[in-house]
Design a binder for this molecule. Structure first.
Ligand SMILES: Cc1cc2nc3c(=O)[nH]c(=O)nc-3n(C[C@H](O)[C@H](O)[C@H](O)COP(=O)(O)O)c2cc1C
Length: 364
């Protein structure tokens, strides 16, 4: 692992290229890969790329506000660093390094339960908004213990990821016998994950007061069922195309879920959000906040905490540019009336958001 001090990065693709240079083939593929044919991953991009932005002119856009809010907390961008397992394979300090970047820049960090160091150490590394994300891999007593630890450490909210009921087949990892993922299906704890159901979620909600996000919602009916149980945050996600293959893109399912939830819970969305225009589109479609997974991976691999901060600065610059050129002065002003469906202009893929980049692909 080689995380050089961040050079001057002037565009996001330079961060992606530095990440590629710093990571082994195995870890790069673990970061960028999706399940099986990677169709869901490509659809995440296709769903965003097939939305065009409208432009109004002769507005005073000399000042543009890119801030957002989640559960009453002000954020410099409406963004959370999405949970990434094994974050320590990308840079020294793993989750703590990401938390420091979130605190320095002013966004929320959602910590993965399968990342190092401990949730207590990560919480102590920054005074940013923090959410602890859990894979339910043991019994109710264990879950209750994890909630107790998260509350004691000062996390603002808790999240349960529900789209990993079976571990997917990520063929980039399987082909290389990459230990992080390919043999996990044999572990006993995945049985708990596969059997976690609405009754156990109801038990959780009746026992714990901490605000709860359910991560991995892709259908209106499931979002409504979460609301019935009092869930505070609906996290629309297909795990970045890493779980169910041949699913829809996140931005395709988002509007119906936003309409059904109708302001009764916070809405987070992730999947393919790699540019400022993507963030603007997601907010216009009704998300309160976007999650970024692979962008976090690129930033941290390119330059540790400073690399993530630089990634966020460039993203913020892109959002500001986009809003100003659309003729609006804040993200609060964008809505679906400012979007149009439009034909794709390029083959969607993980790196199609970075047309200037040409990174070497591993051989299988
Ligand atoms: C390398 C990697 C590891 C991930 N680990 C987790 C995890 O531990 N928990 C979780 O809920 N989601 C995990 N995800 C999914 C992300 O939180 C997020 O949903 C996804 O990356 C969003 O798509 P994007 O990468 O296109 O932004 C992971 C994603 C990646 C790329």
């Amino acid at each position: 692992m080689r995380n050089e001090p961040p050079r001057e990065f002037y565009a996001l693709h330079e961060i992606v290229r530095a990440a590629r240079n710093n990571l082994s083939h195995q870890v790069w593929d673990y970061l960028v890969g999706g399940a099986e044919t990677e169709t869901t991953l490509k659809r995440n991009r296709a769903a965003l790329d097939s939305v065009a932005l409208r432009q109004r002119v002769l507005q005073d856009v000399s000042s543009v506000d890119c801030t957002g809010e989640l559960l009453g907390r002000r954020l410099r961008l409406p963004l959370l660093l999405a949970p990434i397992g094994s974050l320590e394979s990308f840079a020294e300090g793993g989750g703590a390094t990401a938390a420091r970047a979130a605190a320095e820049f002013g966004v929320c960090h959602m910590l993965s339960s399968v990342s190092q160091p401990s949730l207590e150490e990560v919480a102590a590394s920054g005074d940013n908004m923090k959410i602890f994300q859990l894979y339910v891999r043991s019994d109710d007593a264990w879950v209750d213990d994890m909630v107790g630890r998260a509350v004691a450490a000062g996390y603002d909210a808790f999240a349960i990821t529900v789209d990993v009921m079976h571990y997917s087949r990520r063929e980039r990892d399987i082909a290389k016998r990459f230990d992080k993922t390919w043999n996990r299906r044999s572990l006993d704890d995945l049985r708990f994950q596969a059997s976690f159901d609405w009754d156990r979620l109801a038990r959780f909600k009746s026992k714990h007061d901490i605000p709860l996000f359910i991560k991995g919602i892709a259908e209106v009916d499931d979002a409504l069922r979460c609301l019935e149980l009092g869930v505070e945050g609906i996290y629309v996600s297909n795990h970045g195309g890493r779980q169910l293959d041949h699913g829809l893109g996140s931005a395709d399912v988002l509007p119906d879920i936003v309409d059904a939830v109708d302001g009764r819970a916070a809405i987070v969305v992730d999947g393919g959000i790699y540019r400022g225009t993507d963030l603007v589109k997601a907010v216009a479609l009704g998300a309160d906040v976007v999650g970024v997974g692979r962008l976090l991976g690129f930033g941290i691999a390119a330059g540790g905490s400073a690399g993530v901060v630089r990634m966020l600065e460039l993203l913020e610059d892109e959002v500001q540019t986009c809003l100003g050129l659309m003729g609006v002065t804040s993200l609060a002003e964008v809505d679906r009336s400012m979007l149009r469906q439009a034909p794709l202009v390029a083959q969607p893929g993980l790196l199609s958001a970075f047309p200037l980049i040409n990174v070497p692909e591993p051989q299988y």
